[in-house]
Structure formats: C-alpha cells, structure tokens
Design a protein around this ligand. Sequence first.
Ligand code: HEM
Ligand SMILES: Nc1ncc(C2CC2)[nH]1
Length: 293
Amino acid sequence: NEVQFAASNKLKNTNYQNVYNDIANVIRENDEHDDYIGSGPVLLRLAWHASGQFDSKQEIKGGSYNGTLRFDKELSDPSNAGLKYAFDLLKPIYKKYNHQISHGDLFTLAGVVAVQEMGGPKIPWRYGRVDGDIETVPLNGRLPDANQNANYVRNFFHRLNFLEDKEIVALIGAHCVGKTHLKNSGFEGPWGAATNMFTNEFFRNLLTEKWVLEKNEAGNQQYNNDKGYMMLPTDMALVQDGSFKKIVEEFANDESSFFKVFSSAFNKLLENGIKFEKSSPVLYFKTLDEQDI
Ligand code: HEM
Ligand SMILES: Nc1ncc(C2CC2)[nH]1
C-alpha cells in the first residue's frame, strides 16, 4: 500500500501560529453556536471526520492528506451531518492564506486549535498535506456506528491502526465536549454539564452516573440519566468491557494520564497514512491565553 508523502509548504513554521490564531479567533467570535456551547466541539469533530475514514486496505485510502471532506460527495455522507457549519467557518481562513495551506492541513490544524482552546492538552502537528482531486474521495460509510458494542469499537479502531485499548478509550474521551443532535445523528443530549471544556469529566460521569437505556424520538437506543445527560451505546461500551473499563477508571482518576494518551493518539489519527520527511518540523502552538491575546 503506497503511503502519501507530505510536501514542503510555502508557509514558514512561524506563520502557522498565525493560522492557529485565526482559527482560535473564529472560535471566540462564534461562541453563541449551539446555545453557547460554541464552535470548538464541531471543529474538533470536523478534524476527526476528515481523518477517520482512513483504511489502508482500500484502493482509495482516505485519511486527512487529500482534504477530501471539502467535496460535497464526502460532506454529504450522513455521518458528516452538521459539519458543513464547521467547514464554512474555515472557508475565509483558507481564502486568506490563498493556497499557502492545504485543506487537509487546515482541517487537522482546526482540531488542534479546538482541543487546546478548550483547555485540552497540547497536540503536536505537522504540515505538508496536499489537496487531492475528487477521485481521491473515499467511499461514504467508513465512520463508526454509535449503536454498537465494545468489540465493534475495538475492531473499528484497529482499522485505524489503534491497537492499544488506551488509545481507543482516550480518543472517545473527546466526547467530553459538545453534544449530540437528533437532526444530525439520531441521538439527542449532552454527556454532562460543561460541554466546552476539554476535561476527563466524561469518564467520571460514565462511572458515577446512573444510566438507563431508553429508546429516543428517532427510535435509537441511548443511555439517559436523571439530569438530562446521555451516553451513546458505544460510549457505554467503555464501561461494559473489562479492559476498557480499567482505562476509564485510570483516566477518571488522573486527567494528566488521559491528556498524555489523547495527545499522541489524536496526532496519530490526524497523520494516518502520511509519510513526513524526517526534517519536517513537529510544531507546538501557544494558546491565545498563553500569548495574552
Ligand atoms: C466509536 C467512535 C465514535 C462514535 C460512534 C461517535 C459518534 C458520535 C455521534 C453520534 C455524535 C453526535 C453528532 C451530532 O449529533 O451532532 C458525536 C459527536 C462528537 N464526536 Fe464522536 N464518535 C466517535 C468517536 C469520536 C472521536 C475519536 C472524536 C475525536 C477525537 C469524536 C469527537 C466528537 C465531538 C467533538 C462531538 C461533538 C460535536 C458537536 O457537539 O457538534 N468522536 N460523536
Ligand atoms: N455522550 C456523548 N457521546 C457523544 C457525545 C457528543 C460529543 C458530545 N456525547
């Protein structure tokens, strides 16, 4: 399976902090989105969906390299419902940099900005993805189904080369931000209280709240508690499977452990299938707060 080689881009490393800041300012300016949850969660989901359709066994491999989520063919995949809003937020930034940044680099960088600006861990990031044409759009249907159990979840992430349970549990911990929307996915409700701060709270709620399996208005089964919070079947799988559950307990007790594993797993997700030059710089970005902006 040939891999795709990252190209050296025209932007100098320093300019990527400017792109980071532009995306961070878009998040600040659109804080009213989704009843003031803000635009961080949906931009994080955009970066995940731009990368999670990777399958090294397929002719068309997918992954973030070609920036194919920009094509309606992929954006209209029912799994991507709600993401056009996030893509539209990034269009003015793409235009501003006038082809000096690819869509693949922009979509993945937006995920890094979203995690960091919501108080999550620093995510190392590299540039060099090159936009592919519409022929490189992967088939729809490669993103995961939320109605499934622990074995499905484990096998799904094995396809993305996440062979350790720790990585899988950490990645799903991104459900600590945002909410589910009936019109997008057929599920409804937030996981918990603070839905725009990236913390280990999602893991605590999984363990401490009393969850009841109910059919929702769309006919899907979801877990609800007495405070109006919800969990997907695939979320609950993390405490139904013994190995996953031990890791949920570790992350619930030690947020720094969750952050460390999430940082490397999210970087790996965003770089699946891409070969970067040894010399290609690994960039770390300052948050707006760290720059006193
Ligand atoms: C078993 C794997 C996963 C399943 C089945 C799944 C499923 C879902 C579903 C059904 C939603 C609700 C979408 C909506 O109704 O708007 C959602 C939201 C979200 N997912 Fe996942 N997800 C998975 C893994 C991930 C991963 C790996 C990440 C990131 C690293 C992620 C980040 C998010 C975020 C940030 C939201 C909130 C979006 C918003 O508030 O608009 N998810 N997910
Ligand atoms: N419980 C739950 N699973 C997924 C979500 C959306 C990310 C917010 N909430």
